[in-house]
Design a protein around this ligand. Sequence first.
Ligand SMILES: Cc1ncc(C[n+]2csc(CCOP(=O)(O)OP(=O)(O)O)c2C)c(N)n1
Length: 344
Amino acid sequence: MTQKPLPTGAGVLATTQPLPDYGKAPELSREDRLRWYRLMFLTRKFEERSYQSYQTGLIGGFCHLYNGQEAVAAGTFAAITDADPVITAYRDHAHGLMRGIRPGPAFAELYGRATGVVKGKGGSMHYFNVDKQMYGGHGIVGGQTALGLGLAFATKYLGEKKVCFCYMGDGAVNQGAFHESLNLAQLMKIPVIYVIENNMYSMGTAVERHSAPVELYKRALGYDMMGVRAEAQDFDLVRQVSWTLAERARKENMPAILELMTYRYRGHSMSDPQYYRSKDEVEEYRKHDPVEILRGRILSEGTVSEKDLDKLEDEVRKEVQESHEWALASPYPAQSEIYTDIYA
Ligand SMILES: Cc1ncc(C[n+]2csc(CCOP(=O)(O)OP(=O)(O)O)c2C)c(N)n1
C-alpha cells in the first residue's frame, strides 16, 4: 500500500478550490460532546457484540463492521441536524445507531427478528430510520449516490435549506451512477455532500489498484466542483470541515466531495482472510483510534472525570448486552408476513 495518511492533526489535507471561511463551527455543549462520545462508544461495543454473534451463527448473510471509522459518521452528523437527510451504503450500523436506531431493534434486525428496525427483512445492510431522516442502508455499490442527489434535490425544491450527506466507500467512486450524480449536482446546484469514506480498500483491492487517480477528492475537478481531502480519525476535525461544507451547501446551494481518510480494523465482511494487508499495518492504524482520541480530548478538557467516563462506558456495555438479549428473545416474522414490505 502506498497511501499512508496517518493522522497529523492538520485536518484539511487538500482542496480543489479555496474553502470559504465561515469561521469555527459552533461550540458543542459538554452534554452534546458526551452524547457523541457515547454514540461512538456504543457503536464500537455494538459491533464487537455483532462480531461474536456472527461467529456463533446468530447472523445470516452479510455483515460489514465499521470499527475504526466511527469519527466519520459522528463528526459529520454532529455538523448537521437530524432534519438533514443522510444515506449510506451497506456498512451502515454506525449511521443507523447515530441517527436514533436503538440497539435493541438494531440487533433484532441482524438476528432476523420481527422487532428489527425493518421487521427483520433487511438485515445488516438495510438499516433505515426515516423519522430521523436516515434513508438506508444500500447494497448496490454507488446506488445510493443517485438517491442522495434526489433527497438533496427535494429539500432544495421545497425551499427547506437542508443539506444531504451521502456516504460511500472508496470503491464506489468508479461507478457510473456517481459520475452522473456529480454532474447533475454541480449543474443544478444541489446541496449534497458526497462523503467518501476512504478506508484504503474496496473489499481486498487497495485504492491504487482500483482507481487511476488515487486522490479521490479530485474526482470533483471533472465537474468544477469543490473537492476536499481531510483526516478522519479526530471527531473535532471531521466536524469542523463538515460544518464548513454544510454551511456552503445551505447558503450557496453548492455540492462538494469530502474525502475522509480513515481505516477499518476488521475484514471487508465476515469471511475475509485479509491477505491484502499485514497485521502490522492494522496495528499501526489502531494507534490512532477515533474513540480513544475523543476520549483523551474530553478528559484533557477537564469537564468530565475519568470516573464519570468509566461509568458512562459501563452503562453502554450493559445496554448493549441487554439489547442483544432482548433481540434474541424476540420472535421471527410470521410466515404470513413473507410478502409484505417486499418490492422484489
Ligand atoms: C454494483 C455492485 N458491484 C459489486 C458489488 C460487490 N461489492 C460489495 S462491497 C464491494 C466493495 C466496495 O468497497 P468500498 O466502496 O470501498 O466500500 P467499503 O466496503 O470499503 O466500505 C463490492 C465490489 C456490489 N455490491 N454492487
